[in-house]
Design a protein around this ligand. Sequence first.
Ligand code: ZN
Length: 160
Amino acid sequence: MLHSEENVEKCWDLICAGVKQHEIAKTLRLSRSTTSRLCRAAAKKNGNVDHRRFLREHGAYENLMQFLFPRIEFGTKDDCWGWKSGKKPNGYGSVNFNGTGYQAHRAVYECLVGPIPDGLVIDHLCGNPGCVNPYHLKPSLQAENLLRRASKMDYPHGAP
Ligand SMILES: [Zn+2]
């Protein structure tokens, strides 16, 4: 019961919404150790990333979260999450953090999922350039990205 898929999903949603682990424990009415296990399971299942290692490696993480989150129109995993701050004419969100300009969806992806491997672009599986929902973002090679854009197929809506 405690380790149900549903709980793992809930944990991930809360992690994505920037809720801290002790608050997740309270929300789900679980012990801290169970919550910690579920959070690890959620991060592994949903992106196979070590969330906390990323946290440690990025000293600016807390600041970046505090900076990015008020600018995100959070929704469910299936909804596109709108970017409430600056946008480029091409529809991509843009953001300045500590004097450096970033594309909003890349900043959010790195914040919530992990570093984007060198040489990869972030593809919008939903086809909405203003979306910053990490479930709709997938690192891919530029060639794949162009190919996907060129195809007229509907984009799968949800986790890659
Ligand atoms: Zn989207």
